[in-house]
Design a protein around this ligand. Structure first.
Ligand SMILES: [Zn+2]
Ligand SMILES: [Zn+2]
Length: 291
């Protein structure tokens, strides 16, 4: 199956020989411009959505703790809290996988005009052109889009879990998964940040693999631009890339729809890093350090 993959790293005649009508937005997308100072600041709407998402997460955690405490009275604290803790760890792991799938999707398909996901697609694809911009965004500016999704989705999910009589571990899973998805954008920003300017402990967590590392995410920003999509801890990247999972998914999409992912084609100016822009960033934060 993989031998038939019409990826961009195959010789040009392979691509020319394809007879399937192919669609790619890579060659028609103009390079996104560098964000101005006003685009990097948090607005009151950004803060409100981030607050709402945080409140939703805290509410789910509170529900989980309340249920676990009630269970502790009957079964002991160790037994009552073991399952929610295990669920939280599972959520932390699966959130990394989920961010990888989502990042792969918005990096490779659609454009700014795509319904619903258009702004996220433009943001992720623009990030490849101006990767250091994320380090200069104010926190709520960076987090608000995913926080809004959590603010809208988590409360009804929690209500459904409560109505079904779900245990503490289910609420813990939902809360930690949502929190990790929102914070993935902060972890992503730290992966681009100057190590000397990161908050205390962040560098150590990156080196330990608790948070996605600069080296691992730096590889995502280098050719062939088709790997290391996960941005929570990065724990799934090696497995997904070794087994060429995204390449297989791209083949399924291509064979069913004729749509080529961006990563198959030679990146154009809308996809590759604007090195002049990076050099112009005050303070010298870079995206491609491998330390
Ligand atoms: Zn990307
Ligand atoms: Zn990045």
């Amino acid at each position: 199956m993989y031998a038939m993959t019409p990826r961009c790293h195959l010789p040009p005649p392979c691509r020319a020989a394809s007879t399937t009508p192919a669609t790619s937005t890579a060659l028609s997308t103009p390079p996104p411009s560098r964000a101005g100072p006003d685009e990097l600041r948090s607005t009151w709407a950004h803060r409100a959505w981030t607050l709402a998402g945080s409140a939703a997460v805290l509410s789910s955690l509170s529900t989980s703790a309340t249920l676990a405490a009630a269970d502790a009275d009957a079964n002991g604290a160790a037994a009552a809290f073991a399952a929610p803790l295990a669920a939280a760890l599972a959520a932390y792991s699966l959130a990394d996988l989920a961010t990888g799938v989502y990042h792969w999707l918005v990096d490779n398909y659609g454009d700014a005009d795509t319904p619903v996901l258009g702004p996220q697609i433009a943001a992720f694809q623009g990030h490849h052109r101006h990767p250091s911009t994320i380090t200069r965004r104010e926190p709520c500016n960076n987090l608000h889009a995913l926080a809004r999704a959590v603010a809208l989705a988590l409360p009804p999910s929690g209500a459904a879990l409560a109505a079904a009589g779900a245990p503490a571990s289910a609420h813990a899973f939902a809360a930690v998964f949502a929190a990790c998805v929102v914070l993935s954008q902060q972890f992503h920003a730290w992966a681009h940040g100057n190590p000397r300017r990161l908050p205390p402990g962040v560098g150590a967590m990156q080196r330990a693999g608790v948070l996605v590392s600069r080296a691992q995410h730096g590889a995502h920003h280098r050719a062939p631009y088709d790997n290391n999509y996960c941005i929570v801890s990065g724990m799934w990247n090696a497995t997904l890339d070794r087994h060429r999972v995204f390449e297989a998914m791209e083949m399924v999409v291509f064979l069913r729809t004729g749509v080529r992912p961006r990563s198959w084609d030679e990146p154009d100016a809308a996809w590759t890093e604007d090195y002049d822009d990076t050099a112009a960033v005050a303070g010298g934060d870079t995206s491609l350090d491998t330390q």
